[in-house]
Structure formats: structure tokens, C-alpha cells
Design a protein around this ligand. Structure first.
Ligand code: FNR
Length: 359
């Protein structure tokens, strides 16, 4: 059986240049982390509750002052205009129409202000978050923060799982290293150190430390989330540092290939955080039931990366809308089958491992 999402991926594959398809689809090294993200969900099962009188359901979640119609949001992924001429604008409109939150990023091929405008043209209160990597020069990081604030972003997502670039062998095989002429990481234009209209490269900064994060915190009043947390001790440190939220992520298997599946790392992070700040997760979410499993294990919401790219490449804005609506319908249906009224009714006691006697 081909799931609707898999069918979209196959359509996307037909429409994309093979080097671009592989850039989106691929992961680091042997793609173990990539594959395990999905397989780990398949190893888990939900014990539904019965007779709970849950006639009406509400799938909305509140996140840092924003509301999402479902606990599924859009994770930051690079270079949407490789997939479709409307690129990030199409994703912004579809995400706003689906009532959920978009994370746009430094590596977007559309400037953040235009992304926020596209989202708000669809829904005036649409929420857009901005993802960034700490840059070696604090003034560059600060210029990006100001740009995101000015555009109207309501949270900053700092990706911390990339001290250096992951090694993606598919890209090496294709020799894919640069965007084609006419496309650029538009948020990297006109930053300190370049002439007018000049572009800076996105730098990875292995020297970054908690000091740099503190400096970022002091630059802005926006909520700050850390994306790419897998070690429970880092989760504890982040809470102590006043971070507003965590995203358990292995960058969709594109950075450390030896990283665990995110849903397997989640319970220990949730324990370490103990409800003090929201914990989100991304990686391998392909069904509404995957979102339900992550919520039961302690996530407030999940993000999707590649599914959005498949929708975009297959059918532009409509394709992205289809992906998000599908996940919403599936999540609501799973909640109903589990006897839940709201995401909070999904609890850890409901999760068991397949092939192993429960209890
Ligand atoms: C990403 N991801 C990512 N993350 C980030 O913080 N900044 C970025 O620029 C990118 N770029 C990017 C490009 C592509 C093509 C992919 C597939 C992913 C990681 C992304 O935010 C997210 O963590 C994963 O995509 C989640 O896994 P799934 O949903 O793709 O399995």
C-alpha cells in the first residue's frame, strides 16, 4: 500500500532534478539516523483508552504565545525555490491556511520579510518563527535577529546540532554544493561585512558556546528555542540558561549519522525538562499517529521537514496544504481512536514497544 505522503514523495521525485531530490531526501553517512527516525515510530504502539466520553475534540496547541490548529508545525528546510518557483511563499501561504506555524530559516531562498508577508496575506495572525545558526561574528547574528524581529517573527529557533556541516554522500556523488544561478540564501544579503546587495555564506561555528547563546538571549525579547538537543544534560543546562523551548532533533539525519532516532531520545529529554519548558521534536514524522506517539512521550508539538518539501515539489502550495491537512486529519482521528479530547490526553502510559510484552 502506498500512503498518500509516499505517493507525493514519488511525484516530487519525478518532478525534481535528481541532484535536488537527493539533496532533500538524503542524510549523512550511511543514513542510519535518517532511516531510524521513521523506523523508531514504527516500533512503537499506542494503547488506546476506552469509554472516556470524548465526543468533542480540540487539536489546538499554544506555543510561546502563538496558537497552532494542530500539534504539527513546519520545521526549517533550506532552498524551497529548488522545489517550486513559488518556494517559501507557497509554503508560507499553505502553512498559514492550515492554521499552523512555519519556521523559515537562514537558508531560505526568499527573504524572511516576504515569507511573513505571504503567510499574513493568507491569515493575518499567522505565526512565523525564524531559524538561525549562531555566526562566528556576533554582529552578523545580531543583524539576522533584527531582520527576523522587523519582519514580524514571533520566535527564534537556534540550531545547535551543526558545529560543522554533515557529510552527505549523495550530494558529494552529484557534486551538489551550490545553488543554481538566480537562487540564493536571501537572508544572507546585506549583512555586516558585505557591500550593498552582497551575500555572506552561512557559516558553521564550532567555537560557539553557551556564552554566545547568552549574548543572543540578551539581544532580543523573542522566545528562544534550541533545535538539535539530544543529551538530557544539555536539556537541563538549557533550562538553567533560561531557554524558552527545546526541539529534540537530529536534523533529519543530516548531521551526526550515529545519532539516535529522535523519538527514542525524547523520553529522557522530557524527564530532564520535567515540564518546565515545552519540548518539541522533529524527524521521521510521517503520520498523524507519529505525532500522537511523540506527544504521548512528552512533546508539546512535532515538526515536519521533508513531507512539506514533497508536497511543494509535487504540487506547490496545494501540495503543502494537502500534506498539512492530511497530518491534521490523521492526528485528530488517532486522538479520537485513543479516547482523547485534546493533545494533553495522550500520556506516556499509553506507549508500548511492539514485539515486547507490555508491563
Ligand atoms: C533541513 N533541516 C534544517 N534544519 C535547520 O535547522 N536549518 C536548515 O537550514 C535545515 N535545512 C534542511 C534542509 C533539508 C533539505 C532537510 C530535509 C532538512 C532539518 C529540518 O529542520 C528537520 O530537523 C528535519 O527535516 C526533520 O526531519 P524530517 O521531517 O525531514 O524527517
Amino acid at each position: 500500500m502506498t500512503s498518500p505522503l509516499r505517493a507525493l514523495r514519488l511525484r516530487a521525485r519525478r518532478s525534481l532534478d535528481p541532484a535536488h531530490y537527493d539533496y532533500y531526501a538524503g542524510g549523512a553517512g550511511d543514513e542510519r539516523a535518517l532511516g531510524e527516525n521513521e523506523r523508531a515510530f514504527a516500533r512503537l504502539a499506542l494503547l488506546p483508552r476506552i469509554l472516556r466520553g470524548a465526543e468533542r475534540r480540540d487539536t489546538t496547541v499554544a506555543l510561546f504565545g502563538d496558537r497552532a490548529a494542530m500539534p504539527v508545525i513546519v520545521s526549517p528546510t533550506a532552498f524551497h525555490r529548488l522545489a517550486h518557483p513559488q518556494g517559501e511563499r507557497a509554503v508560507a501561504r499553505a502553512t498559514a491556511a492550515a492554521g499552523t506555524i512555519l519556521t523559515t530559516g537562514m537558508a531560505a531562498t526568499t527573504p524572511v520579510a516576504a515569507v511573513v508577508d505571504a503567510a499574513r496575506s493568507e491569515r493575518p495572525d499567522a505565526a512565523v518563527w525564524f531559524q538561525l545558526y549562531l555566526q562566528p561574528e556576533p554582529e552578523v547574528t545580531e543583524a539576522l535577529v533584527r531582520r527576523a524581529e522587523k519582519a514580524g517573527c514571533s520566535a527564534l529557533v537556534v540550531t545547535v546540532d551543526s558545529p560543522v556541516f554533515g557529510r552527505r554522500e549523495r550530494d558529494e556523488r552529484h557534486g551538489f554544493h551550490d545553488l543554481p544561478a538566480g537562487l540564493a540564501a536571501e537572508n544572507m544579503r546585506d549583512l555586516p561585512g558585505t557591500g550593498p546587495g552582497g551575500l555572506r555564506a552561512i557559516a558553521m561555528s564550532p567555537a560557539s558556546s553557551w556564552d554566545d547563546l547568552r549574548r543572543l538571549r540578551s539581544m532580543t525579547a523573542l522566545p528562544v528555542l534550541l533545535k538539535g538537543v539530544l543529551h538530557p544534560e544539555d536539556a537541563r543546562l538549557a533550562v538553567a540558561e533560561g531557554v524558552d523551548g527545546l526541539i529534540v532533533s537530529n536534523h533529519g539525519g543530516r548531521q551526526l549519522d550515529a545519532a539516535p532516532a529522535t523519538v527514542e531520545a525524547l523520553p529522557r529529554i522530557a524527564d530532564a525538562v520535567a515540564g518546565r519548558i515545552p519540548v518539541l521534536l522533529d524527524g521521521g514524522v510521517r503520520r498523524g499517529s507519529d505525532a500522537a506517539l511523540a506527544l504521548a512521550l512528552g512533546a508539546t508539538a512535532v515538526g515536519v521537514g521533508r513531507p512539506v518539501l514533497w508536497g511543494l515539489a509535487a504540487d506547490g502550495e496545494k501540495g503543502v496544504r494537502q500534506v498539512l491537512d492530511l497530518l491534521h486529519t490523521e492526528f485528530d482521528h488517532t486522538l479520537a481512536l485513543c479516547g482523547g479530547r485534546s493533545p494533553a490526553d495522550l500520556t506516556r502510559d499509553m506507549v508500548v514497544t511492539r514485539g515486547r510484552p507490555a508491563g
